[in-house]
Design a protein. Structure first.
Length: 192
């Protein structure tokens, strides 16, 4: 196991400010040391905030980052929006990876890409995370036709939706519905 090294992600918020919520981004610097993985190093400005629902309540926090410009982190397609999954409720760090692998093997149209990394936040080691794609509409993400403000009737309403199964629908800021089978669905895109 001596050759199992992970890339190291270092994040330093402006003034060492703690990341305390999921709404407000903090300015930060981001550097990625590939640590022998063969991927390119990265260094640049970012903004960071918390993310997640139940996972935000865990001691090990998940994060969302918005780079100042699109970049191909650790060989993944270039984008500005990235996430760090903490896997706080999964000590094996395998559940998400297995789900993503099953998604790819069953031929789903898009599956988020992730790489295991070690995270150092404001000089403190936070542990193993999964750095990866923010689920959003885009040519290298969920490649669907985005609806415009003028798409209000007829055929224009039949496509271009990004939805999420969310048992917290009553707390969600986005609109949604409950299916006839009781499944709660949140509409993430288009923005109403």
């Amino acid at each position: 196991y001596a050759d199992l090294t992970l890339p190291v992600v270092r994040i330093d918020t402006a003034g060492g400010a703690p990341i305390v919520d999921k709404e407000n981004y903090l300015d930060a610097s981001l550097s990625i040391d590939p640590n022998g993985s063969g991927d390119a190093a990265y260094s640049g400005a970012t903004r960071i905030r918390g993310r997640g629902n139940s996972t935000w309540s865990a001691a090990k926090k998940p994060y969302r980052m918005k780079l100042s410009s699109a970049a191909a982190l650790l060989g993944m397609p270039p984008e500005r929006d990235w996430v760090l999954l903490a896997n706080a409720f999964d000590p094996s760090h395998l559940r998400n990876q297995v789900a993503f692998d099953l998604s790819r093997r069953t031929g789903l149209a898009w599956t988020p890409e992730f790489r295991y990394v070690e995270v150092v936040l404001n000089g403190s080691y936070d542990g193993i995370y999964m750095l990866g794609s923010q689920i959003e509409v885009g040519p290298t993400r969920v490649d669907i036709t985005e609806m415009s403000d003028d798409d209000v009737a007829g055929e224009e309403l039949t496509g271009g939706y990004l939805m999420e199964f969310d048992f917290r629908l009553n707390l969600a800021a986005d609109p949604g519905f409950v299916s006839s089978d009781g499944v709660q669905v949140e509409v993430k895109d288009p923005d109403p």
